[in-house]
Design a binder for this molecule. Structure first.
Ligand SMILES: Cc1ncc(COP(=O)(O)O)c(C=O)c1O
Length: 430
């Protein structure tokens, strides 16, 4: 008789996991607040919010009770021709808080679909406006917008997309804006500006691309330039939404507002799969015509699933509490103080590129034998942390912390101390 983990090894294929010789998965039996419990009774602080989603931590009783009630009322219904209260209430709520003049909410079911929808919306916007020459898409180097084909096409070409490189559509990649490159970016885009349909960007934080951070004062002039050219600007806030960067949305740091915004991850407090793509009235009007071929032909079986929308409404109530904002500020301050503790390691060239934004801090291991996602040091780091009761998943040689907002001071300190001990061990072994 196989036990559950052996069956997992025999029957299940896990994401982003090399299969041959993979270690047995750890069986998790419970999650409560920041802690994950395995079958042996070990606990782990989930310091990456389970792939950046569980902003309120695990097992949130309020969200669970709302979900339970909704499950008994209406769990799922086709969303073409029918509607329901959770979907409408959530749309109304989101439109009040989104950073810009957004007018419509289009639902899907994850971050990749949210960005796919955004790109399709922007391309068809121009087609519906009979400007069929506006077909080019601009994206940033080091971007990540998801794993479906459209989302891969608009993401940096690299390890994740290599196997499919011949099948991805053409995109113009520009460097993320910094203090010196605006003129050069303008010079590249100016001659073709009239052909550009849209520009997609992760505002201020490029997550899966390596937790790279850039500044609003550099993004704003780029957005200004593109908006002057009527390029549809798409903010991918799948990761940055709901206080990750210290403000409710990263877009709040910016003067120039997006025409389309994408949300997922923290949208439901990380409890249910849901994606949102919201657009301005101007974008929407291109679809509000007499010509039925101009319909937006996109939808998913679970579009606006009532349970997911309910979870999101419940999460949003928690997000809007003053005490959550205060806690985000405290975490932000603690992460900044932690960077100061890391400086001596940077001076010894053990680590580099120390940075923090909102609740996130990140740096690279500088003595790694390889750089990038496949760097072996990341696996050693994660194994070290697990033994210490902390779950941190490095992106190659990039180490970052992205905790749930319910993390206690003591738990965050434990996460910091675990990283410090790992770095001290690195010094001893080198
Ligand atoms: C900025 C951004 N966009 C899109 C996605 C894709 O989201 P999902 O994994 O839900 O498809 C991610 C996931 O990490 C992301 O960070």
């Amino acid at each position: 008789m196989m036990n559950l983990v052996e069956k997992d090894t025999a029957y299940v294929w896990h994401p982003y996991t090399h299969q041959k010789g993979r270690l047995p998965s750890i069986r998790m039996v419970k999650g409560k607040n920041t802690l994950l419990y395995d079958q042996e009774g070990n606990t782990y602080i989930d310091a990456v919010s389970s792939w950046w989603v569980t902003i309120h931590g695990h097992g949130n009783k309020y969200i669970a009770s709302r979900l339970g009630k909704q499950a008994a009322i209406l769990e799922q219904v086709i969303f073409a021709g029918f509607t329901h209260k959770p979907a409408v209430s959530l749309a109304e709520k989101l439109l009040k808080i989104l950073p810009g003049d957004f007018a419509r909410i289009f639902y899907s079911d994850n971050g990749s679909t949210a960005t796919e929808v955004a790109i399709k919306m922007a391309l068809q916007y121009w087609l519906n406006k009979e400007a069929s020459h506006r077909t080019r898409i601009v994206a940033l180097h080091d971007s990540y917008h998801g794993d479906t084909f459209g989302a891969m096409s608009i993401s940096e070409r690299g390890t994740f997309t290599m196997a499919f490189r011949d099948k991805l559509f053409e995109v113009i990649f520009i460097d993320p804006p910094h203090k010196d490159n605006l003129e050069q970016i303008k010079a590249t885009l100016e001659p073709i500006a009239g052909e550009i349909a849209c520009f997609i960007y992760e505002p201020l934080l490029q997550g899966a691309g390596g937790m790279k951070m850039y500044k609003p004062e550099h993004l704003d002039p780029l957005l200004h330039f593109l908006k002057q050219k009527e390029v549809v600007c798409i903010a991918d806030e799948v990761l940055t939404g709901f206080y990750r960067t210290g403000k409710l949305f990263a877009g709040e740091y910016l003067t120039e507002k997006a025409d389309i915004i994408c949300l997922s991850k923290g949208l439901t407090g990380g409890t249910m799969a849901l994606g949102v793509t919201s657009c301005t009235q101007k974008v929407y009007e291109a679809f509000n015509t007499d010509d039925r071929t101009q319909t937006f032909f996109h939808g998913h079986s679970f579009t606006a699933n009532p349970l997911a929308c309910t979870a999101s409404l419940a999460s949003m109530e928690l997000v809007m509490k003053k005490k959550l904002k205060r806690r985000v500020g405290e975490i932000q301050a603690a992460q900044a103080r932690f960077l100061e503790e890391l400086y001596p390691f940077a001076e010894r060239k053990i680590i580099k590129n120390l940075r923090h934004l909102g609740t996130i801090c990140a740096f690279e291991i500088a003595i790694s034998e390889t750089e990038g996602y496949l760097a072996g040091i990341g696996q050693k780091f994660s194994a070290f942390c697990l033994k210490s009761g902390v779950y941190l998943r490095a992106l190659g040689n990039t180490i970052y912390i992205m905790p749930p907002y319910c993390i206690t001071d003591k738990e965050l300190r434990k996460v910091h101390q675990t990283i410090l001990r790992f770095l001290q061990q690195l010094i001893r072994n080198n």
